[in-house]
Design a protein around this ligand. Structure first.
Ligand code: UFG
Length: 341
């Protein structure tokens, strides 16, 4: 069985990807430092797939530990690299933590993967690299705008590191996946998003409000130049996103990649406003959500949604689940999570 390393494999997107990799017959070994995840997710993954992934708790910033890990697992055929800090606001407060966590870890993994017989690498990038794009929907060729936050900058620098390395190492095969807004949870409601403290992202804030943990949702601005005045994003179901990683990995494993560094947008191609997301939640949950219009949040762009034609035609992947599916699963997950509290 082909063995794959998933770094950050107990996190939100990572855990869903582990499930999809196992469903497709891959043997998975997870590295996670548990800084923003829970060890309980190992059991939860096992309860979905009936297979317990191998697990090592490693801080990827420590080069010697990374080296030892790769020496022990020299039979890996690829790495799906999620491990990173991801809170935009926190990155503004603690820039050095973000540069160290996201870039030192990446460099350490890349150094080691080049020693393997097969160096296939799937990178977790973000639509944040585009900033407010001039043309919508956003294609992969859209110019990279100056990052709005240290977090966004780590994704841009990460992509640059990969580009520089791919120029001199043609044996290294990289696919960089630029996610739009991942939401939702596995249909089993056994894995999903676990925000620490007050959620910064829209969907967990909605579900926590509905379950009674938050007073009301603040809709950040209704005076944007959009139809209903609220911001537009491309919300993609995390299970669709997870499946794209399996497709990308198979592409490099089968030598179907056109160059040794490829980049794909992962979104649905459809933009939804904040109020449309609220309505979708109300529709699938059958309950009204308490919200108020608040002032704009600093750093928010008006609209971003993906042109997915490259992923559709070259990867042969497209999002299958709808916004309603995602909201339904997010709500089911929130209820499951709070069942005993
Ligand atoms: N929003 C609210 N109220 C909230 C939270 C969010 O109105 O309580 C709005 C935001 O203003 C925005 C939309 O909901 O218009 C989505 O906000 P999120 O925070 O969920 O997502 P972002 O688009 O801001 O951020 C996401 C990822 C980041 C990534 C960024 C790139 O979470 O990791 O996309 O644009 F950097």
């Amino acid at each position: 069985m082909a063995k794959v390393l998933v770094t950050g494999g107990l996190g939100f997107i990572g855990s869903h990807t582990v499930v999809e990799l196992q469903n497709e017959g891959f043997e998975v070994v997870i590295i996670d430092d548990l800084s923003n995840s829970s060890i309980e997710f190992l059991d939860r993954i096992e309860s979905i797939t009936s297979i317990r992934p191998l697990f090592e708790q490693i801080d990827l910033r420590i080069k010697s530990k990374v080296k030892t890990f790769f020496q022990t697992h020299s039979d890996l055929v690829g790495v799906v690299h999620f491990a990173a800090s991801k809170a935009v606001g926190e990155s503004v407060e603690q820039p050095l933590l973000y540069y160290e966590n996201n870039l030192v870890s990446l460099i350490n993994v890349l150094e080691s993967i080049q020693e393997l017989d097969q160096s296939n690498f799937i990178f977790s990038s973000s639509c944040t690299v585009y900033g407010q794009a001039d043309i919508l929907p956003i294609t992969e060729d859209a110019p990279i705008k100056k990052a709005e936050s240290p977090y966004g900058n780590t994704k841009q620098i990460g992509e640059e590191i990969l580009a520089d390395l791919c120029k001199i190492n043609k044996d290294l095969k990289v696919i960089s996946l630029r996610y739009f807004n991942p939401i939702g949870a596995h249909e089993s409601a056994k894995i999903g998003e676990l925000p620490i403290g007050i959620p910064q992202n829209l969907v967990p804030y909605i579900t926590q409000t509905a379950i009674g943990m938050r007073e009301e949702l603040s809709v950040f601005g209704d005076d944007y130049p959009t139809e209903d005045g609220t911001c537009i994003r491309d919300y993609i179901h995390v299970v669709d996103l997870a499946k794209a990683h399996v497709v990308a990995l198979k592409r490099v494993l089968n030598g179907q990649n056109i160059s040794n560094l490829e980049t794909f947008n992962l979104g649905t191609g459809k933009g939804s406003s904040v109020l449309e997301v609220v309505k979708a939640f109300e529709r699938v949950s059958g309950q009204k959500l308490k919200y108020r219009i608040a002032s704009r949040r600093e750093g928010d762009i008006t609209a971003a949604y993906a042109d997915t034609s490259k992923a559709n035609s070259e990867l042969g992947w497209e999002a299958e689940l709808t916004l309603d599916d995602a909201m339904r699963s997010a709500w089911k997950w929130e209820q499951e999570l709070r069942k005993n509290s």
